[in-house]
Design a binder for this molecule. Structure first.
Ligand code: 5GP
Length: 181
């Protein structure tokens, strides 16, 4: 069986704090006085959402959705299911979706189509991380960091529920004993 370990740090805790503050300031400026529904996509977005919303200077409410994407492997399953839906209707509301990472954009496209059909006044996305060259620029309004096309963990991001609590973002590596497999 393949095993993994935490490798090189890609984004330090300090870089995360700085960028989250910048994003919160930008979002506060652009949303002004409108009461925004901040929609966290569980579970990967929880630390980002908690840190970001603490710095928002505008009225907001929180809600959550959970969708399945990767299961316990590091490649996309291509299957998206809603595991937990919103508690509140979003018709006529301004909705800001908070995502941990956009890779192929498959999960997000599915989610946005579903949410758009509920008639929100506006629907935008803030993603902490985005992998480049996947054509998801139109989907995401605010991006924390562009990262290379590697699998990362930490600050909410996991592999099979492990490593979510790391206070930084690191690359996941196969252990040396698995080299050549
Ligand atoms: P997409 O549908 O955009 O390919 O994948 C989005 C979802 O896959 C993310 O919300 C996240 O759950 C998972 N994912 C994609 N890339 C990574 C990664 O590098 N690390 C981790 N931990 N999850 C990822």
């Amino acid at each position: 069986m393949t095993s993994y370990r935490v490798g090189e740090t890609l984004i330090t805790g300090e870089d995360l704090r700085e960028r989250v503050s910048e994003l919160a300031a930008e979002i506060s400026r652009e949303y002004g006085d409108s009461n925004v529904l901040v929609l966290g996509v569980l579970k990967g977005a929880i630390y980002f959402m908690a840190d970001l919303t603490r710095e928002l200077d505008i009225p907001f409410e929180l809600d959550f959705m959970a969708v399945s994407s990767y299961g316990s492997s590091t490649t996309s399953s291509g299957v998206v299911r809603i595991l937990k839906d919103l508690d509140t209707p979003i018709a006529g509301r301004r909705v800001l979706v908070i995502e941990d990472i956009v890779d192929s954009g498959l999960t997000l496209s599915y989610l946005l189509k579903n949410l758009a059909s509920r008639g929100p006044e506006s629907l935008e996305v803030c993603a902490l991380l985005a992998k480049p060259g996947r054509g998801h620029d139109q989907l995401v309004r605010y991006v924390g960091f562009e990262i290379p096309d590697v699998f990362v963990v930490g600050y909410g991001l996991d592999l099979a529920e492990a490593w979510r609590g790391l206070p930084y973002i690191a690359r996941l590596e196969k252990t040396p004993s698995d080299d050549g497999l």
